[in-house]
Design a protein around this ligand. Sequence first.
Ligand SMILES: [Fe+2]
Ligand SMILES: [Fe+2]
Length: 334
Amino acid sequence: MSRIDDFNQKLDQLNLVGYWGIPRSESFEPKASFQPTLWRWEDVYGALMEAGDVLGMDDSLRRFIAFKSIGKVRTTHTLALGVQLVKPGEVARAHRHTMGAIRFVLQGGGAQTTVEGEPFPMEPGDFITTPSRTWHDHYNGSDKPIIWLDGIEAPLMGLLEIGFAEIFSRDRQPHTRPVEASRHELGAARPAWVDSKSKQPPPYRYKWEDTEKALKALGETPGDPHDGLLLRYVNPLTGGPTLPTFSCEISMLRPGETTRAHRHTSTAIYHAFRGSGFTDVGGERFDWKQGDSFTVPLWTTHRHGNTSREPAILFSMNDRPLMEALDFYREEES
Ligand SMILES: [Fe+2]
Ligand SMILES: [Fe+2]
């Protein structure tokens, strides 16, 4: 053993490490620890239906299946996205946690998510937030199953190791606010006592009806060069990101539209809500259609296209707010 090896071993026994022992190069750039991945709807839907047969709500707090590309439940290094099924009459028990979460309804309807005492109806295309530490439960009072996308920042929380979680004293929390209370409170004319300084946004339902109208109203405007017609689900109080840690967006690619390629230090997870198209990511081509989901890892060149005759609509979730808060966001054309 060389003198340096001897010395390194001695340091190790003292819980020390010499920097010369760590392989590195003097110049480097971001490199994702995970590959771009595509999940086909047939596989996801089949798995969810099987989960509906195999698992009752008592067997799992959530009948949730995550898209996995790293570790146990990580879709990316910061975010997790997956699908949840709630059958008629079922309740997903009330609880809260440090993680912020979102739902984007794919199929079914007539169910509701109650957040901090306010019931939010759930219809296809609706987007509902349950910000950090807000009590939430789901109840499907309709006669058909409901499926939604469930997004959480669990991998980030795992890294930070500061997560709290609690179960509510009853299965469902009491309704202390009427339906649409937040919609009326957070309009352009709003009560003077609404606190607009909170870092966390209020829980909110972004109705599909409104989102669809907004997309249609944009019509033939040029849109974003990299994402087409892009809408961000903003904090209704501040116009800031959906949640402090991540942003959710909806974009429309018009028939024949292809976006310009770029890359950035934020990572995104996409879900094809309507239509079909393709995304070139890191030299790979994902041809996607309604129901498919895929990742675009950080600093990986990508562009989207719609070669069909119908508009294509992509729902997405990304960690850009986190990168921007730390001034780590970088983007370049490629
Ligand atoms: Fe939750
Ligand atoms: Fe992008």
